[in-house]
Design a binder for this molecule. Structure first.
Ligand code: NAD
Length: 250
């Protein structure tokens, strides 16, 4: 059955071929949603949207560009009449040690992961408020919960922990308007974010820390996003959902 029939969803950072965003877009489309993919590269965003079928839209958008984000969302709301679902998935990471984080590293990682999540949410909250309905899903990370230890540096952990705080504060403030806000904390999922950057030693030590003994797949994260976006989770807000093969059992 289609869980998102007739719904309109915006997914950021969803042009990456093996990424969590595109896997989520595919599953949402399969469940009846119309999708807009926002990503840095226009051609990649359009190609990803075309792969989903007709009616889906791909647009170039840098999530840290406040006015650009607003323009894109306004254009979508003009076209669709509303936005029901936002998945703040765009993110970058850098494997740095604490003393090696430069001002530029800090800005880049904090901005895309955290500022981008804020700006994209601000751009859809008015239409969701008008409709008294909406679901916002933010990609955090197990790195936020356990202080890294997988790939990203301390600035990435801080940004993703910031996403958790923002998620909970937005959930609290937006609950009276029936807008739910939740975070997904993926563990290690094999995508291009780490592709070619992990040594065999790093990979085996990561696997050793996962009770299920293997990395996750993008589809396994998408399933959780579908749950949080749809009415299956109608009474779930302000939560952080672990999708990590047991990496954080405590
Ligand atoms: P990915 O690198 O495959 O995809 C990230 C996408 O974000 C890319 O398409 C990229 O172009 C886009 N992007 C980057 N900066 C952007 C910006 N300023 N504006 C718009 N788009 C931008 O990565 P992924 O593994 O699919 O990661 C998706 C999300 O999940 C990220 O937020 C990441 O931090 C998070 N995450 C991933 C893992 C993992 O193991 N793969 C684990 C935990 C969390």
């Amino acid at each position: 059955t289609a869980l998102l029939d007739g719904q309109y969803a915006v997914i950021t950072g969803a042009a990456s071929k093996r990424g969590l965003g595109l896997a989520t877009a595919r599953l949402f489309a399969k469940h009846g949603a119309t999708i807009a993919i926002l990503d840095l590269d226009q051609d990649a965003a359009k190609a990803a949207a075309a792969e989903l079928g007709k009616n889906h839209i791909g647009m170039a958008c840098n999530v840290i560009d406040h006015d650009g984000v607003r323009q894109m969302m306004d254009a979508l709301i003009q076209k669709w009449g509303r936005v029901d679902i936002l998945v703040n998935n765009a993110g970058i990471t850098q494997p740095l040690k604490i003393m090696d984080i430069s001002a530029k590293n800090y800005e880049d990682v904090l901005d895309v992961n955290l500022r981008g999540t804020l700006y994209c949410s601000q751009a859809v909250i008015p239409t969701m408020r008008e409709n008294k309905s909406g679901s916002i899903v933010n990609m955090s990370s197990v790195s936020a919960q356990r202080g890294g230890g997988i790939f990203g540096g301390p600035h990435y952990s801080a940004a993703k922990a910031g996403v958790l705080g923002l998620t909970k504060a937005m959930a609290r403030e937006l609950a009276p308007d029936n807008i739910r806000v939740n975070a997904i904390c993926p563990g290690f999922i094999a995508t291009d974010i780490t592709a070619g950057k992990l040594t065999n030693d790093m990979q085996s030590s990561i696997n050793a820390g996962i009770p299920m003994g293997r990395p996750g797949t993008a589809d396994e994260v998408a399933g959780c996003a579908l749950f949080l976006a749809s009415d299956l989770s109608a009474y779930v807000t302000g939560s952080e959902v672990d999708v990590n093969g047991g990496s954080l059992i405590h």
